[in-house]
Design a protein around this ligand. Structure first.
Ligand SMILES: [Zn+2]
Length: 218
């Protein structure tokens, strides 16, 4: 039940059916899913830990506000410092088990269909798995914990819904996967760097377009 509620809410948040800042009515979600409020509250506290929702006294839960361009720049600055390095270290010692997981992630990503909300959140999950696999593959626990704590994929995919980002990102991810499978540290490092730079550009474009829409006429 908690998983059902979590999947439902995550998809709604990622596909902007619940907009940034919007209040989440627990009773309405309970009616829609035909379950009690308890698993929904549990799912919400999970989403709160991932910084996708936040709780205010007497009001309840709201979807987190959209990240600002400055926050996004800081996020990518940090990721660019650690993830290309992590990819190089991970590629030096790609295990057979990791190759099996990478193949699975690659297949999940190529299955992304445009306009399908469920496929979209599955793609976001696959992105999360790939970047975490690289971070843990680095063999540095602090890097793994840092990447995990950023929950970057959730915030990125929420911003990029309505864009063709998954198709572009899927091609970039495939280059990363190929480099890891080939156990080529230089190619892995370069592929992650390029992917993060392009991803930042996509985010910045999407946020700039959002700011323009929000600005008053004239
Ligand atoms: Zn990615």
């Amino acid at each position: 039940m908690v998983e059902l509620a979590y999947d439902h809410l995550l998809t709604m948040l990622m596909t902007l059916q619940i907009a940034p800042g919007e209040r989440i009515a627990i009773d309405a979600v309970a009616r829609r899913l035909d379950i009690s409020q308890t698993p929904i509250r549990e799912a919400l506290s999970q989403l709160e830990a991932e910084k996708l929702v936040y709780k205010t006294p007497n009001i309840g839960y709201r979807a987190s506000p959209q990240m600002t361009r400055g926050e996004v720049r800081d996020l990518y600055t940090l990721r660019l410092l650690i993830e290309p390095y992590a990819a190089a270290r991970a590629a030096e010692a790609t295990t057979d088990e990791a190759i099996a997981i990478l193949t699975e992630i690659g297949a999940d990503m190529s299955g992304v269909a445009e306009g399908d909300a469920r496929a979209y959140s599955r793609f976001a999950e696959a992105d999360d798995r790939l970047h975490r696999l690289i971070a843990t593959g680095s063999g540095n626990r602090l890097i793994a914990e840092t990447v995990e704590r950023l929950h970057a994929h959730l915030h990125i995919f929420r911003t990029l819904f309505h864009t063709n980002a998954p198709i572009e990102a899927a091609a970039e991810h495939q280059l990363i996967i190929d480099a890891l499978v080939a156990r080529d540290p230089h190619a892995a490092e370069a592929a992650v760097r390029t992917h993060l730079e392009r991803s930042h550009e996509r985010m910045d474009r999407a946020l700039a377009a959002g700011e323009e829409r929000a600005a008053p006429e004239g």
